[in-house]
Write a protein that binds this ligand. Structure first.
Ligand SMILES: [Ca+2]
Ligand SMILES: [Ca+2]
Length: 124
């Protein structure tokens, strides 16, 4: 007879636990109106808005992000950087400042240390 009693206790407690979780999720929104105000003002101004928060001034930017400064890096072909002309790129052929350098492991999908034109085509 002990087990049904425990089950009933758990079932009775479940809705209470749910209600508590919901209250925790919604309270930050209610208690932090400055976030909503910042979003509204920035949306209206369509640029940036400076607000005073408890920790100091906060600048909120709103709108389309600017084009990546290294966008041209993503249009590179193997031939552009293939210094030894073997048709693949190794890490030493890519300048450290190039976006491909930091993403080499990602682009080199078969992990053989060489980027083929096919692997490069899948990068963008
Ligand atoms: Ca090469
Ligand atoms: Ca490869």
């Amino acid at each position: 007879m002990k087990t049904p009693l425990i089950l009933m206790t758990l079932l009775a407690a479940a809705p209470m636990a749910q209600a508590q979780t919901r209250a925790v999720e919604t309270s930050p929104v209610v208690q932090n109106p400055i976030t909503y105000q910042a979003q509204t003002e920035a949306r209206l101004n369509g640029g940036s808005t400076q607000l005073q928060a408890g920790t100091g001034p906060v600048i909120v930017n709103w709108g389309q992000p600017q084009a990546l400064s290294n966008a041209a890096d993503y249009r590179v072909t193997v031939a552009d950087l293939d210094a030894d002309g073997d048709g693949v790129l190794t890490r030493d052929e890519i300048p450290e400042s190039h976006a491909l350098y930091s993403e080499f492991r990602l682009v080199d999908s078969n992990r053989d240390g060489r980027i083929t034109p096919e692997e490069l085509a899948n990068w963008r």
